[in-house]
Design a protein around this ligand. Structure first.
Ligand code: NI
Length: 154
């Protein structure tokens, strides 16, 4: 088991735009395994490659259906936005209210390099948008607003 250190806000890798995956090879397999193990160890529901210092378009997530992987994810359709509180393993101890589309359609590749297209609604849609933001160098602090004290007490 390889748990990698999660990069936190201030690390320049979190600000970089990630490169698309070109080749499915052993080093990619290893990256995916390391990301999954790091995510489950945290624990978190999603992780993007830059969070362990790798500038590649790879995300892993688990919203209750086991480990999922998307390479080179792209949002091709989206529904109206909803606001909700969100945290990030790279911004420890902070929550922000972030507007996200209530549903999205995502295109990308699975870990074998096969084309996939999936629709996500509600919480899973939020997780995917959050992780895809990471691949573009965007953190919740770039998008959200602070959680008002009153809402935090609820
Ligand atoms: Ni995050």
């Amino acid at each position: 088991m390889v748990v990698r250190q999660i990069r936190t806000i201030g690390d320049p890798v979190l600000k970089s735009k990630c490169q698309p995956v070109q080749e499915i090879d052993e080093s990619l397999e290893r990256l995916i395994d390391n990301m999954a193990e790091t995510m489950y160890d945290a624990p978190g529901v999603g992780l993007a490659a830059p969070q362990i210092g790798v500038n590649k378009q790879v995300i892993v997530y688990d919203v209750g259906e086991g480990l999922q992987v998307i390479l080179n994810p792209e949002i091709i359709n989206r529904g109206p936005e909803e606001e909700s509180a969100e945290g990030c393993l790279s911004v420890p101890g902070h929550e922000r209210i972030v507007k996200r589309a209530g549903w999205i359609r995502v295109r990308g590749l699975d870990r074998r390099g096969e084309k996939i297209e999936k629709e996500f609604t509600g919480f899973p849609a939020r997780v995917l948008q959050h992780e895809i933001d990471h691949l573009q160098g965007r953190l919740i602090v770039d998008r959200g607003r602070p959680v008002p004290q009153k809402e935090m007490e609820n």
